[in-house]
Design a binder for this molecule. Structure first.
Ligand code: ADP
Ligand code: MG
Length: 241
């Protein structure tokens, strides 16, 4: 098992966003988080990446307890890639510079080694010729693919994707989804929050429906989408599909 979220609670002020939430993810699995806006999908991903402090419970990555206060968050983030809806590339840096910034500045890798790894990844995803371009010369889909490469550069054990296609024009969504499908083919373990049920159905091994701060229902996509057990899941799906 790569990720184990155990009894996690997250509160903002008086609002309980996650409450005794459990989630396990096995190696090479792709898990899709679905649920209404505000159900805590992004918060959960941010807690896993230690961008939010949890109020109770534990999170384990690859057998180590990462929410132990003695753990260095930078070390954990080296093993977890995260990509957001807004790709946040630095406009004054080339694609290559964007990709190697964190490995070199934060994680202490040599510039040569990071550059070689970055070029290899960019080539693999069909962006080899864009390494020296500035982000504004790239389409939104290409920029998001660069953001995914940036998250992959440390060879993370786990990739977290938060609505990575939501900001894209519809005609650019396909190239990003196809990159994610390729990553799945290569065995990358992923947890993705999405409101694209079609995509969740295609790529996910397991779909988790978040409601009331918990995973209310989970199972293979065919089951959750085709024959949901919980009335609240059914209600959510009937509104969205
Ligand atoms: P989702 O991604 O499923 O739409 P979020 O995790 O973004 O849901 O948000 C869950 C709830 O937590 C929402 O009500 C949101 O307003 C609240 N929330 C998220 N981040 C913060 C924050 N930094 N401060 C206060 N409230 C927050
Ligand atoms: Mg969100």
């Amino acid at each position: 098992m790569i990720l184990s979220v155990q009894g996690v609670r997250k509160v903002f002020g008086s609002q309980v966003v996650l409450s005794s939430l459990d989630l396990d993810v096995d190696e090479h699995q792709v898990v899709a988080l679905i649920g209404a806006s505000g159900s805590g999908k992004s918060t959960l991903l941010r807690c896993v990446n230690l961008l939010e402090e949890i109020d109770d419970g534990m999170i384990w990555l690859d057998g180590s307890h990462i929410t132990d206060p003695r753990v260095n968050p930078d070390k954990v983030r080296q093993r977890i890639g995260i990509v957001f809806q807004s790709y946040n590339l630095f406009p004054h840096m080339t694609v290559l510079e964007n990709v190697i910034l964190a490995p070199v500045r934060v994680h202490g890798r040599s510039s040569k080694e990071a550059t070689d790894a970055a070029r290899e990844w960019l080539t693999r995803v069909g962006l080899g010729d864009k390494a020296d371009a500035y982000p504004d010369r790239l389409s939104g889909g290409q920029q998001q693919r660069v953001a995914i490469v940036r998250a992959l550069i440390n060879s993370p054990r786990l990739l977290l994707l938060d609505e990575v296609t939501s900001a894209l024009d519809p005609e650019l969504v396909g190239e990003v989804l196809s990159m994610i499908r390729d990553l799945k083919g290569e065995g990358m373990t992923m947890v993705l929050a999405t409101h694209e049920m079609g995509f969740a159905r295609q790529v996910a091994d397991r779909v988790c429906f978040l409601d009331g701060g918990k995973v209310l229902e989970q199972g293979p996509p065919e089951q959750v989408f085709g024959d949901p057990r919980e009335p609240r899941t059914r209600q959510f799906l009937s509104r969205i599909i």
